[in-house]
Design a protein around this ligand. Structure first.
Ligand SMILES: Nc1ncnc2c1ncn2[C@@H]1O[C@H](COP(=O)(O)OP(=O)(O)O)[C@@H](O)[C@H]1O
Ligand code: SF4
Ligand SMILES: [Mg+2]
Length: 339
């Protein structure tokens, strides 16, 4: 159960993160002023359609952006330390040991010419130095057990494993060095529906067993809602809304959150909003004002003039949308209802 009390401790804080890709026609603003806090022990989901900047943000948090990409601004605080200020050497230590990423498509980047055991030995010994053989083997077998993999895959090659097993291998690698924070980018997306659920359950089991904080990235609002404590909805490099799963489904504050919720199959009897599909503006030249205005059925004049700030419309629910206005009693109300 999510502890909603204000005493929660931050495991990871991201402030004002901007990551742009240079192209001949101008910078693509893949991540544009993203701020959020991941609390200790929680699972935070990032949802949004393809191209909204989820993978770029996760790579940025780990400082793995390479040209033509660059981090333009921001802070990434882990244990109070800004990772963007560390030297490459210090960063290498923190990465994987404190903060690990299971990148999108990880299971396809396992080395096809190396046995699974050798790939684990590499990861562990690169960070911790040479280890006694028997101890190392036991540690790898324990990792297999944590993610529900049979010991017999120890000497196998990646091509001998199913997709679900390969994905579990990647999860086991992500936890091999006991990080505090794990980011899993579309860890279940490439799998079929049944395996998706099994792998999702494995991740939750791992999270519980290790007591880590986790960011899960995906594009399926329905699947995400079953796995996480809070959801951050991302649109075109911006966070549109952050809320608990319960708040998000009870009363989504942002029109784009509503679109994602309406796309969940079991909820299709809801009246779907009529919106244009896909990111419509040129990512090198975003419109002035709200980033969602070209698709939003509720866009007003102010939306075309000023970008909406993210505001807490009730404790734990933050929304970046002009529809929410502060009332004389201090509370926020949706102008459509209060008009
Ligand atoms: N190497 C690159 N060069 C130029 N643009 C890129 C590059 N990589 C990603 N992008 C752009 O950045 C945006 C965000 O991409 P990405 O982070 O992969 O989104 P997501 O993971 O949400 O699908 C997209 O508009 C994408 O086209
Ligand atoms: S700020 Fe305006 S355009 Fe943007 S989501 Fe809200 S109502 Fe729609
Ligand atoms: Mg991605």
């Amino acid at each position: 159960m999510l502890d909603n009390s204000p005493q929660r401790t931050a495991a990871l804080e991201v402030k004002g993160l901007k990551i742009y890709y240079e192209t001949p026609a101008g910078d693509v603003r893949a991540v544009d002023d993203v701020s959020f806090t991941l609390y200790e022990g929680e699972t935070l989901g990032f949802v949004g359609e393809s191209g909204c900047g989820k993978s770029t943000a996760s790579m940025g948090i780990l400082q793995l952006i390479t040209p033509p990409g660059r981090i333009v601004a921001g802070e990434v605080r882990l244990d109070g330390q800004n990772l963007l200020e560390l030297s490459e050497e210090e960063l290498r230590r923190q990465r994987w040991e404190k903060l690990s990423l299971i990148p999108q498509g990880a299971m396809n980047s396992l080395n096809p010419t190396m046995r699974i055991s050798a790939q684990f030995r590499d990861v562990i010994q690169t960070h911790e130095g040479k280890q006694p053989k028997a101890k190392l083997k036991q540690r790898i077998l324990d990792l297999f057990q944590t993610v529900g993999l049979p010991a017999r895959i120890y000497s196998m090659y990646p091509h001998e494993l199913s997709g679900g097993m390969k994905q579990r291998v990647c999860i086991a690698m992500g936890i091999a060095l006991n990080p505090k924070v794990i980011i899993a980018d579309e860890a279940t997306s490439a799998l079929d529906v049944v395996v998706q659920r099994v792998v999702a359950q494995t991740m939750l089991k791992v999270k519980k067993a290790l007591g880590v904080s986790m960011i899960m990235i995906g594009h399926d609002m329905g699947l995400m809602a079953q796995m996480v404590d809070r959801i951050a909805v991302m649109y075109a490099g911006h966070i549109a809304e952050i809320a608990t799963v319960e708040q998000m489904f009870r009363r989504p504050g942002h029109p784009y959150s509503q679109v994602l919720i309406d796309s969940v199959p079991s909820l299709t009897e809801r009246q779907a909003l009529r919106v244009v599909e896909g990111i419509t503006h040129d990512p090198r030249n975003p419109p002035k004002g709200c980033i969602f205005q070209l698709r939003c059925p509720h866009a007003m004049d102010v939306c075309r003039r000023e970008p909406p700030e993210r505001r807490e419309i009730e404790p734990g629910q933050e929304v970046a949308c002009h529809l929410w206005q502060r009332q004389p009693d201090g509370r926020y109300a949706d102008v459509r209802q209060s008009a």
